[in-house]
Design a protein around this ligand. Structure first.
Ligand code: 13P
Length: 248
């Protein structure tokens, strides 16, 4: 059985103080649910948030990382640094990183491999633009992202990976893919994984939906057979909303 995973991607929001206030309010939410809860604050917040959540089951994720262990990469954060801190997850290949910071399927691939080497679980984001969807190219785009992104990744490693399907046109826009559209794409992704890694791995893999997930639409999304959780942006910034989503 796949345990649902709901992760809050704070993006570039909240000061450290504000972030700590938010996680203080979240504490305990994980105790009455079968959902795995993850918060992904900015790098600067990770240490203090980790400390604040130390006696809870809420997991912590970074929003990005470099693939190299260390080196002359001004402004970057390495997997070794995250791993020493005990960071559980890392979001890789978010569409905003692909769009604004030249992230490609090749860099996504390097980052997935590196995260696995350091024992950090990747949440790998894929998704199409509105133009691609309207041109009926969404499946092709997502398939390419998966096949290139996961090149050389072993079957065994897939057990520690989460995929997040985030249609770009639904991020921060208030538009969600209908739960049926999201489920169709997520089944399609599961099928690609089945072809590459076999039925067992594809059935174990958790695939989240992301894009304007809110308290009012989470139930419908989570009721779909293939959707195993949500990657939540805006609504993860308010404790009340994020808790409602977790307790869907
Ligand atoms: P919103 O929930 O704000 O649409 O963001 C989704 C997202 O990009 C999560 O990674």
């Amino acid at each position: 059985m796949r345990i649902p995973i709901i992760a809050g991607n704070w993006k570039m929001n909240k000061t450290v103080t504000e972030g700590l206030n938010l996680v203080k309010e979240l504490k305990g939410v994980e105790e009455n649910t079968d959902v795995e809860v993850v918060v992904c604050p900015p790098f600067l917040h990770l240490s203090e948030v980790k400390n604040e959540l130390k006696n809870t089951d809420i997991k912590i994720g970074a929003q990005n990382m470099h693939w190299e262990k260390n080196g002359a990469y001004t402004g970057e954060v390495s997997p070794e640094m995250l791993s020493e801190m005990g960071i559980d997850y890392v979001i890789i290949g978010h569409s905003e990183r692909r769009e604004y910071f030249n992230e490609t399927d090749e860099t996504v691939n390097k980052k997935i491999k590196s995260a696995i080497d350091y024992g950090i679980k990747p949440i790998v984001c894929v998704g199409e633009t509105l133009d691609e969807r309207e041109a009926k190219k969404a499946n092709e785009k997502v398939k390419k992202q998966i096949l290139k992104g996961f090149e050389g990744i072993d079957k065994e490693d897939m057990k520690n990976i989460v995929i997040a399907y985030e249609p770009i046109w639904a991020i921060g826009t208030g538009k969600t893919a209908s739960s049926k559209e999201a489920n169709e794409m997520i089944s399609f992704i599961r099928n690609i994984v089945k072809e590459k890694y076999g039925l067992d791995i594809s059935e174990e893999l958790r695939i989240q939906y992301g894009g304007s997930v809110k308290p009012h639409n989470v139930i419908e999304i989570m009721n779909e057979t293939d959707i195993d959780g949500a990657l939540v942006g805006g609504a993860s910034l308010k404790a009340k909303d994020f808790k409602e989503i977790i307790n869907f």
